[in-house]
Write a protein that binds this ligand. Structure first.
Ligand code: URA
Length: 200
């Protein structure tokens, strides 16, 4: 039986020309991970490695993010569905414009509708602003659940910020992010029975 991700909208997304980024990309970067996951991870936009491989978060930032999720007890391949608010690489890795975010909006909406995750991790300020409209600084947003649209949203620092602030000391961004992801793991454990446990 075809999975929801083998449907027509996926092919349309892979061929999207909704904005000017289509003319410069190598690939549309749609997702990686498990479409049946209970946790969706939403970042900003693909970089060079992602554009080359057609998968989100596979460059330096992705390695940092995967390492932190794994340390928090979440397996990126099975526990997470990973994507970005913008599916094509902005040149020179600049931030996506408001028009590009608007043009790409139908795809992230579709992904949320199909995956229907109870928990969403928002990676960095661009993803938070695009999904929830909040313009507050990440220092005050991170680590605090936001309940909206029937889902729980957890903003975390972007891994590019962690790469610039690599200290693992307590209270520093890396260690705070690990705390945030442990909150995600704990909440996932509360909404899911352990594998093999009875469901009723
Ligand atoms: N790679 C991605 O896929 N998204 C980001 O936000 C950064 C790097």
């Amino acid at each position: 039986m075809p999975t929801p991700f083998e449907t027509a909208w996926l092919a349309a997304c892979a061929d999207c020309t909704n904005c000017g980024l289509a003319t410069q990309r190598q690939r549309v970067v749609i997702s990686r991970g498990n479409p049946a996951a209970r946790v969706m991870v939403i970042g900003e936009a693909p970089g060079a490695s992602e554009d080359e491989q057609g998968l989100p978060f596979v460059g330096r930032s992705g390695r940092v993010l995967d390492g932190l999720f794994t340390s928090a007890g979440l397996d990126p391949d099975t526990d997470l569905f990973i994507t970005n608010v913008v599916k094509c690489r902005p040149p020179e890795n600049r931030k996506p414009t408001a028009a590009e975010l608007r043009a790409c909006r139908p795809w992230i909406q579709k992904q949320i509708e199909v995956v229907d995750p109870p928990l969403v991790v928002l990676v960095g300020a661009t993803a938070v602003k695009a999904m929830l409209g909040s313009k507050q600084a990440m220092g005050s947003l991170r680590g605090v659940w936001i309940e909206e649209d029937g889902r729980s949203w957890m903003p975390i620092f972007h891994p590019s910020y962690l790469l610039r602030n690599p200290s693992r000391d307590p209270g520093k961004p890396v260690s705070l992010t690990l705390e945030d992801l442990r909150q995600v793991r704990d909440r996932l454990c509360q909404c899911e029975p352990a594998s093999g446990a009875p469901t009723s």
